[in-house]
Design a protein around this ligand. Sequence first.
Ligand code: BMA
Length: 329
Amino acid sequence: MAMTRTIIGEPVPNIPWQDRPAGCKEVVWRHSKNPIIGLRPFPKAWTVYNSSVVPYEGGFIGVFRVDYRCMTPNLHLGRSRDGLKWQIEEERIQFICPDPEIAEMNFAYDPRLCKIEDRYYVIWCNNYHGPTIGLAWTKDFKTFHQMENAFLPYNRNGVLFPRQIGGKYAMLSRPSGPGAAIAFGDIFYSESPDLCYWGKHRVVLTRGPRKWERVKVGAGPVPIETTEGWLMFYHGVADTCDGFVYSFGAALLDIDRPWKVRYRCKVPLIAPEEIYETTGFVGDVVFPVATINDSATGRIAIYYGCADTVVGVAYTQVDELIAYIKANS
Ligand code: BMA
């Protein structure tokens, strides 16, 4: 009997993986040796978190958010054989950019990596008179071509879809305001014929109504194409007497019109609980930014930033997760 595959994509036989621990009832469970990247992994780096990885040449490659001791965030390349032990380059990625006005980069953070056909796109929070969505492509992770910023400031959490939808490139983003502690944010969908001009903006997912996602929501990893729709992990933010708490949840979006939410899980999949999630530079933050997906087994490895300080990994199985989202929608 032919096996039904829920994830539409390539198999990744060497996906990082641990089975659900005995006795664990959660649909998403943490890697037992988290964090996989700890504090100060090399001298220039103070913290490494909110980073993205993809399978590449039989191993894995990633773009990492590296905050220096002066607290400036930059993007660095990293390589790994197993997706868990990472060698991060000491120098930041240099982008080739034809327009000096766009090229000036005095901070860059929360990168996403997305493969579309034969190009890998880096999408990050860039600075152009405030935070906006920076975009670049590479084919070989040696030369990076910076493109126009996708949107006006203020915007964060730009996430490309891994293929065109209705003949257009598609991106999620979260328009917001100035300052570090913005107290609003919803997820929007935009499309483009050429990755330069963006329009047809549609709202996807708005804040709340539950407390864990009442203040803002933002897209996380590149959405995963499945037979049940686009699987989107996202972060939700609660306000408490002691500041914001970042958890993460998941939703299923319509495959042809991804601004239509088919199911939205009421409960967060991971909320800050472990010491490396509750304590750090900014405590009580789990921030998902990338996944590796194995279509053959339905295994998903989720990479998430912990407390704005370190990188963690969590695991789930796509069919179990989709059943859970539907049951808790
Ligand atoms: C957001 C971004 C993220 C960060 C989070 C929690 O606004 O800056 O990079 O992880 O806040 O501090």
